[in-house]
Design a protein around this ligand. Sequence first.
Ligand code: NDP
Length: 316
Amino acid sequence: RKSTVVITGASSGVGLYAAKALAEKGWHVVMACRDTIKAQKAAQAVGMTQDSYTIMLIDLGSLESVRRFVNNFRATGKSLDALLCNAAIYMPLLKEPLRSPEGYELTMTTNHLGHFLLCNLMLEDLKKSSASERRLVILGTVTHNPDELGGKIPPRPDLGDLQGFAEGFKPPISMIDGKKFEPVKAYKDSKVCNVLTMRELHHRYHDSTGIVFSSLYPGCVAETPLFRNHYPLFQKLFPLFQKHITGGYVSQELAGERVAAVVADPEYGQSGAYWSWGNRQKKDGKSFVQKVSPQARDDEKAERLWELSEKLVALV
Ligand code: NDP
């Protein structure tokens, strides 16, 4: 039988090209998207064959929608062999926070809490798979890490003592550290949470289940619509800057191939790893396991984030 992967946010950018690459490797791709018509058009536009994918609705900005998606997936009777948490929003120009139906700040909900709930629920499905190897991969990013060139630009991520989560994360609270709303920091904080979640999944479940948990930075994919909410001039100059000045630029196709390799290829079977191809793209650059940022490798923080997130998504 074909292996099945669920990919969140497969209607655009990295997720779409990862879907295409996995379909080409012979996987069946469940494209978990908030706009199913857009997803359909996107799959056709990149030339995915009809039988290589199924589109299913999920809105990661709503915890109820995440639960509904899991039920709908189970109703299809498909086996889950890999889960790729890729969807994210980045809204740098917001002045006031947007909110999920639960009242939580939307960037953190979409990027972290929605995926945290999805991972916890779908762990059961991964456990049931009879595939020889099952993987759960969460997209990271260089901006999670101030030790790296690409992570030095302020505002830097800072989860503080997670006071915002501890106090319930509802208005007037909008940031995980309980401080003033800062949309760029909200994105970076959420990506630190993604890496912490991957590492805590590894600690809790790798030995007992054999599931491989990993994360990666595919390079700076400067032309994805992730930057659609930025100033138009930024959208024009950013790819050029990354291509000619920093050397960080990778195409959406190449990023998609890298992500697909981490999901499917035998050489990426290390659990707890964070894969990178470096900040500067060298010709034929090879991947390596990269050290994550001090916050993202803080085991105590990972555990506390897990416990507080469990409460916020009503798993406990
Ligand atoms: P895009 O904006 O192109 O894609 C994001 C995807 O997430 C889209 O499919 C979008 O759906 C989906 N999405 C957004 N909100 C929701 C939601 N509430 N529910 C379901 N799906 C949602 O961004 P990228 O491809 O660039 O980013 C993908 C991942 O790669 C992210 O995790 C990002 O952090 C990471 N990344 C990106 C880098 C880059 O340079 N671009 C670098 C490093 C990591 P829709 O099409 O409907 O908007």
